[in-house]
Design a protein around this ligand. Structure first.
Ligand code: ZN
Length: 395
C-alpha cells in the first residue's frame, strides 16, 4: 500500500465530498440491513441483491443517481468484503460498523482504463482521474507500484485528502529446498517459530501507552462538541494510527521474511473467532471467566497474528498449511510423549518422559512444523467454500 497526498481544487473537493457522502450512505444502508438479521432468519441480502437494490434506489432518488455508480457499488463491495472478514474464523475482523460523517470519509474506485487512469506530469506531481472530478493532482512522493488496479481516496479529520493505490502483492518465492517452518500463535509473544525464534509485534512504547490513557481520561471529561474535544480526538486517532501502522509494518516484513526462508509454512488451524467470541456467552448460557478471557482475547487480537497469517497467505500462496492445534502444547516435540503436566507454565515446557526443556511456544511450533495439514488453502482473498473437505497431505 502506498499513500499519497491528493491536491484537489475547491470544485473537485466538492465532488470528492459528494462521493464520500454517497459511499457512506450506501454502506450504512447495508449495515442496517444486516443489523436486522438474526440467526435462523432468511439470510440478509448479499452483494448481488444489494446491487439490484442500488439500481432501484438510483432510479428513485435523483440525489443518489447524480453520483458515481462505481463509488456506490464499490461501497457495497467493501461491505461484502468486510462481512467475509467478519465471518472468517481463521482471521477474524470486527463487525462492519456504522460510518459517521467527518470520521469515516472515503471511497474506492476500481477499473483502471475504463473508470480511472494515472499519469506522471513532473518529477514531483502525478495526475489521477477520478470519476466526475476529472484529473486531480497528487504529490508523487514515491514510486507508484506497477500494476495498480484500484485506489481509495480518504479524507482525514484534519481535512487532508489522500489517495492509496492498491496493487496485488507480489508472491514471494520460497528457497526451493523444502525447508518447513511451524508457527505457533502466542499471547505474550506474537508468534513462535519452530526454529526457536520468538517474534513480537510492536505496539506503543510505555510512554505512548501512558499518553494514550491520559488522553482517553481527558476526552471523557471534555465537553461535548467543544474544540478541546475535537483536538483530543485527533490526538488519540493519531496515536492509534501509529500503533496500527507499526503492527502492519511488522506483519509485512515478517511475512516476507518467512515466505522467503521457507517453502512450507505450517500454522495452527486456530479458530480465533470462537476463542474471542466465547467469553460473553448467551443469556441462557453465560460465559465463564469473562473478565480473564477478555484480557486474553485482547492480547490475541492485538498481537497481529491474524494479519500475519493473512499476509503469509498472500505472499506464499499455496505454501501455507493449516494444522490441527490439538495437543500441540502438551506433546513433547522431542519424543512425542503427551502429558498436560509437561507444560509447566505459560512459557515453560519440560517433558515428563525425556526431560526435554524448551520454550513452550517453540515446542508447540515444532509440533506444528511436524504436523499434517487438516486443510490446505492458498491465499485467495474473498470467496471461500462453506464446507471445506479435509485434505490429508502426505509429508
Ligand atoms: Zn519428551
Amino acid at each position: 500500500m502506498s499513500r499519497y497526498r491528493l491536491l484537489p481544487s475547491p470544485a473537485q473537493e466538492a465532488v470528492l465530498r459528494d462521493h464520500c457522502a454517497h459511499a457512506r450512505y450506501v454502506w450504512n444502508l447495508a449495515v442496517e440491513q444486516h443489523a436486522h438479521w438474526r440467526l435462523g432468519r432468511k439470510s440478509a441480502p448479499g452483494y448481488l441483491v444489494q446491487c439490484r437494490q442500488l439500481t432501484q434506489a438510483r432510479a428513485e432518488y435523483p440525489w443518489l443517481a447524480a453520483g458515481s455508480q462505481t463509488v456506490q457499488q464499490q461501497a457495497l463491495r467493501d461491505f461484502a468484503q468486510a462481512m467475509v472478514a467478519f465471518f472468517d474464523r481463521q482471521n477474524p475482523a470486527g463487525r462492519p460498523r456504522w460510518r459517521k460523517a467527518g470520521r469515516d470519509e472515503g471511497f474506492r474506485i476500481v477499473g483502471r482504463g475504463t473508470q480511472w487512469d494515472l499519469r506522471r506530469t513532473s518529477r514531483k506531481v502525478g495526475h489521477v482521474w477520478i470519476p466526475k472530478a476529472g484529473w486531480l493532482r497528487f504529490r508523487w512522493s514515491r514510486a507508484v507500484p506497477d500494476g495498480v488496479k484500484s485506489y481509495r481516496v480518504t479524507l482525514d479529520s484534519a481535512g487532508r485528502w489522500h489517495i492509496t493505490f492498491a496493487a496485488i502483492p507480489e508472491p514471494v518465492p520460497g528457497p526451493g529446498n523444502g525447508a518447513t517452518v511451524g508457527i505457533d500463535r502466542g499471547v505474550v509473544v506474537s508468534a513462535a517459530l519452530s526454529t526457536g525464534a520468538l517474534l513480537t509485534a510492536p505496539g506503543l512504547v510505555t510512554r505512548e501507552q501512558k499518553r494514550l490513557r491520559r488522553l482517553e481520561r481527558k476526552l471523557a471529561r471534555a465537553k461535548r462538541c467543544s474544540n478541546r474535544r475535537r483536538q483530543l480526538k485527533q490526538a488519540l486517532a493519531r496515536l492509534r494510527a501509529r500503533e496500527t501502522g507499526r503492527r502492519k509494518d511488522w506483519a509485512e516484513k515478517t511475512s516476507t521474511d518467512i515466505a522467503r526462508r521457507f517453502d512450507v509454512i505450517r500454522v495452527e488451524d486456530l479458530q480465533i473467532k470462537n476463542m474471542t467470541r466465547s467469553a460473553k456467552g448467551t443469556r441462557e448460557n453465560p460465559g465463564r471467566n469473562v473478565r480473564q478471557k477478555c484480557g486474553l482475547n485482547r492480547g490475541i487480537l492485538r498481537s497481529g497474528w491474524g494479519l500475519l497469517v493473512r499476509r503469509l497467505e498472500d505472499k506464499a500462496s499455496g505454501r501455507v498449511e493449516r494444522i490441527s492445534p490439538a495437543y500441540t502444547s502438551q506433546t513433547c516435540s522431542g519424543c512425542g510423549h503427551r502429558d498436560p503436566e509437561s507444560r509447566e507454565s505459560q512459557s515453560r515446557f519440560r517433558c515428563r518422559a525425556c526431560g526435554l526443556q524448551v520454550h513452550a511456544d517453540v515446542n508447540a511450533a515444532r509440533n506444528i512444523a511436524a504436523g499434517h495439514a487438516v486443510t490446505a488453502r492458498g491465499g485467495d482473498g474473498v470467496a471461500r467454500p462453506v464446507n471445506r473437505e479435509p485434505q490429508l497431505l502426505v509429508s
